[in-house]
Design a protein around this ligand. Sequence first.
Ligand SMILES: [Zn+2]
Ligand SMILES: [Zn+2]
Length: 341
Amino acid sequence: MKGLAAGKPGEALLFDFPQPEFNDGDLMVKPLACGICSTDVKMVNRGSGGNIEYALGHEVAAEIVEVSETEKRWEVGQKVVAVPYLPCGVCYYCQHSQPTLCKNLFSVFLEPGGLAELVKIPREIASRGTFIIPDDMPVDIAALAEPFGCVIKGIEDVGLKTGDSVLIVGDGPMGAIAAAVSSYYGANMVMVAGLTPHRLAVVDQYFADVVIDVTKSDLQAEVNEYTHGRGADIVLSAVSSAEALTSAIECVRPGGRVNAFAGVEDGTIISLDLKKLHYQQYHMTGSFGVGPEHLFKALDMFASGKVDVAPVISAHFPFAQAVDAIAYARDRVGLKAMVNF
Ligand SMILES: [Zn+2]
Ligand SMILES: [Zn+2]
């Protein structure tokens, strides 16, 4: 069976994977839709090191095609989403409600990955990290539960409260999703800063109250103008760079909160004005990953109908052309690329 894999650095290819081995309690699923994430692009850029073990893709909505004979909870034909990895539930971090710090987080995972013709959801994920897609929810929308879940976790981590002003630095898919989630969580004013005019236009139309093109205007001055000179209550950096986080910090109000949400390369360092940190008493956090509860909340959010999530998807690719979907994401052509099977 085929799966999309990272090959030589910069190369994505459809690779022949062995069919995953089915064990008691597992679910075998046939993907219906799988989103492309910047992590997939990062893995392609890095390359597989000559040994292809995993398929790309972790934002997957799928149909169950095989269950154990003893299975009571699941049936063939049900449509589901699943977490890509699973907190163990019993370690120190899990017991402190910090699931993505779990030391056993990657001990089980979807095999070989979401962008494959067949995927095994191992028993542990089937029992604690798999959720039914509501009947009337399109599978493309359900496949967004993972990236929305990551953002929901990020927004919860940074403590967004009803009425807050929010600045999101970044106009990519995660920036757009962060704007949507901020509104859903009760933000009074959602500002998105970026430097890609066609992305900002979509974000402006569907997700943000205000967009700021940082190639044309001074970010801090604009944010101050929209926030009575104070700066934003909440700032979330959704760009993988030190510069983005530095400008995010410049735009937070005294006592506000900053989330270093985007993953960055090893050794990415910023310099911090400690006097400002001390006197202006702002808070900083980072956020990584998603737990089952966040995926569940994302599905609930979609089902509420309160957020128009469909415009996050800007292009569809058939699985046979999944390589092109990676190029689309890498070249920042639109927002989210969705692969359909
Ligand atoms: Zn992702
Ligand atoms: Zn744990």
